[in-house]
Design a protein around this ligand. Structure first.
Ligand code: ZN
Ligand code: ZN
Length: 215
């Protein structure tokens, strides 16, 4: 397996462990953890800390509201996508296969132009997650971000202003990053990308196309 160089932040792992991420982000986190032993171990240590905090709270009398809030957190955490060990030979790890209904051949791609295709997955409306397919050597339009964008590579690789991203690598972009991801030569690049706000395109044509392609 390729060496993973770009990992989840502590705040994303903690948000995931406590069930506080939008479903779309939870899916990207669960998919990365399925591919990454290092982040799976870090998540286990956060879960242990969370468990210890709950134990300490046992002695404190809980108000009904606090109890309801806790129950809601637990319900949200248990409904979030779960990491798993990848099936041999599969491109999509199983948290993702649950959303797609199978591996890559089950994805219902839609053309975005320039050979780029996407498939939006059904999640809660707080954030959007899609599979993206970029032909070898092709560039995505350069863009900035109004919120947070998580991009996880599943196949092939891309490069941008922040470095090289191969299978399992995750790029975390926010308002500070303006980038032009370019797929590496030799293989189509397939990514899982989640955003909680529309992207900002610098050039005129993507801006005009944006309402139609819905990115
Ligand atoms: Zn990792
Ligand atoms: Zn971006």
């Amino acid at each position: 397996m390729e060496q993973i160089k770009h990992h989840l932040t502590d705040s994303l792992l903690m948000g995931y462990a406590s069930g506080n991420l939008p479903e779309a982000f939870s899916l990207v986190v669960a998919t990365h953890i399925s591919l990454c032993d290092e982040c799976r171990a870090r998540l286990a240590s956060f879960d242990a800390v969370g468990g210890a905090l709950i134990d300490e709270d046992d002695t404190v009398e809980m108000t009904e509201n606090a109890l309801n809030a806790t129950l809601e957190l637990i319900a949200r955490a248990s409904s979030a996508p779960k990491p798993s060990t990848p099936t041999k030979g599969a491109v999509l790890p199983s948290p993702l296969q649950g959303y797609v209904g199978g591996d890559l051949d089950s994805v219902r791609w839609r053309n975005l132009g320039g050979g780029v295709k996407h498939a939006v997955l059904k999640t809660s409306s707080q954030a959007t997650v899609r599979l993206l397919q970029i032909p070898a050597g092709a560039a995505m339009p350069d863009h900035g971000h109004n919120g947070t964008e998580l991009t996880l590579v599943l196949k092939g690789a891309f490069q941008d202003e922040d470095g090289r991203f191969g299978r399992g690598d995750i790029e975390i972009a926010n308002e500070d990053l303006h980038h032009t991801p370019i797929a590496e030569e030799g293989d189509v690049c397939i990514c899982l990308a989640a955003t909680d706000a529309p992207l900002r395109f610098r050039r005129l044509i993507p801006r005009i196309a944006q309402p139609f392609i819905g990115i």
